[in-house]
Design a protein around this ligand. Structure first.
Ligand SMILES: [Zn+2]
Length: 161
């Protein structure tokens, strides 16, 4: 990892898409490209000083990324626990601050965007409407996000006390 105290950034290998998604829900900068070749992934992780998350011993042994984190668990939420422990991650100030599809930090949607793009029943919900500046996807705190939030509370209870 970089300087002491800096929040690590990640690159998840092609097998770890669900883990990458959970890390993004928690706001951690996590690249994921299921089509990327192992060599390209390692080169990118090293160039950007990212922790390369993988379950592939061969990748670590033969391609020697600078900052590998070899995960053992098969279940994504247990993998998340391994990353949190190994990298000593701290709870984020807020959830859903990053696009789950393309990893971009979200911005608050304008009133006009919310009015034109979000159904009225959803605009009444608590929480901000956010938009990805890259892929333009809209996010709000609906039933899907609430379920993910509840799953995280079960998986990492000490972060949500
Ligand atoms: Zn996006």
């Amino acid at each position: 990892m970089d300087e002491a105290g800096a929040t690590p950034r990640f690159l998840a290998d092609a097998m770890l898409g669900r883990l990458a998604r959970w890390l993004r829900v928690l706001g951690f900068d996590t690249l994921y490209d299921p089509a990327g070749e192992d060599k390209e992934l390692v080169a990118l992780a090293d160039a950007e000083q990212r922790v390369l998350l993988t379950r592939d011993h061969h990748l670590v042994r033969f391609l020697r990324p600078h900052h590998p984190l070899l995960l053992v668990a098969e279940a994504p939420l247990l993998q998340l626990r391994e990353v949190i422990d190994a990298c000593q991650l701290h709870p984020p100030a807020e959830l859903f601050s990053r696009c789950l599809l393309c990893n971009q930090p979200l911005r608050t949607a304008t009133a006009e965007e919310a009015a034109t793009l979000v159904p009225e029943s959803i605009r009444m919900l608590p929480g901000q409407v956010r938009r990805c500046p890259n892929c333009r996807r809209i996010y709000w705190y609906g039933s899907h996000t609430r379920r993910m939030h509840e799953t995280l509370i079960s998986a990492i209870p000490e972060w949500f006390q």
